[in-house]
Design a binder for this molecule. Structure first.
Ligand code: AMP
Length: 273
């Protein structure tokens, strides 16, 4: 595995490869959710590139940028054993200069839900993904459905900028008890880890409701809220694939999302149906 710390090193390494490139952008603290993306990239491409970059522009002032988990050694090992060919590990200076031109997320999907809680977050996400795509020039790029809004905005950006990359959505990987894997789970103490299960349990309750024929969004939302008690819930949303709020679940075109705080840790999860 080649570890590239600058854009030049990355591009030298890529120039020596032939065929398709599968790309998995991450912020590190890798877990088996990331691993599922890397494995898919490995199966479907000649070369696998993973980036690890904690992108400062997607954190708001006061968020966890400085304490975001950094696990360089373990991450390098995980990449190595997963068959990654090139690990791109730039520092902030390699990625950002002065007088930055930024990509702006649309008001519609960029400033609701996650974007309302974290205004400007998606501008930072889209900007860094644009940079990474231009540096790596991947054939396919793999993103988790866990970050549903991010996935839909990146798909939209690729379309709007006529970018030649296929976006591959990947299912959410969970712990045996339902908790969605997240690098931020390390912030949870044992008690909070138990409380956090209410999030996936609420989505399970929503799925059961739909299976039983209850498609009414408000009724589903209320049942989820009961499961989530007493967590500090930021939103429960029922939207179509375009992130428009819907009064009735439409099978094949619905995402149910939750954001809640467990102690001081903010967690998100969702289910696609
Ligand atoms: P992050 O390192 O949090 O920026 O995540 C990097 C990529 O991994 C993103 O596309 C995430 O959506 C994806 N990801 C994070 N957690 C999971 C999970 N539990 N299952 C599948 N993909 C995930």
């Amino acid at each position: 595995m080649i570890i590239a710390r600058s854009v030049n090193e990355l591009q030298d390494a890529i120039a020596r490869r032939n065929g398709s490139i599968g790309f998995v952008p991450t912020m590190g603290a890798l877990h088996i959710g990331h691993r599922s993306l890397i494995d898919a990239a490995r199966r479907e491409n000649d070369t696998v590139v993973v980036s690890i970059f904690i992108n400062p522009t997607q954190f708001l002032p006061g968020e966890d940028f400085s304490k975001y988990p950094r696990k360089e050694e373990a991450d390098f090992k995980i990449c190595e054993i997963s068959g990654v060919d090139i690990l791109f590990y730039p520092d902030v200076k390699a990625m950002y200069g002065e007088d930055e031109v930024r990509i702006c997320a649309p008001d519609s999907r960029g400033y609701i839900l996650e974007g309302a809680s974290r205004p400007g977050h998606f501008d930072g996400v889209l900007t860094v993904v644009m940079k990474l795509f231009n540096q790596v020039r991947p054939t396919r790029a793999y993103f988790g459905k866990k970050d549903a809004q991010q996935l839909t905005l990146i798909t939209q950006m690729v379309k709007n900028f006529f970018m030649n990359v296929e976006i591959i959505p990947m299912d959410t990987v969970r712990e045996g008890d339902g908790l969605a894997l997240s690098s931020r789970n390390v912030y949870l103490d044992p008690q909070e880890r138990v409380e956090a299960l209410k999030i996936s349990a609420s989505l399970k309750r929503a799925t059961e409701q739909v299976m039983q024929g209850n498609l009414n969004s408000e009724s589903i939302r209320q049942k989820m809220a009961a499961v989530l008690e007493p967590l500090d819930v930021e939103y429960i949303a029922i939207v179509n694939r375009f992130f428009e709020s819907i009064d009735e679940v439409i099978l094949g075109n619905t995402i149910i999302l939750v954001a809640a705080r467990v102690g001081t840790t903010r967690l998100i999860d969702n289910v696609w149906m």
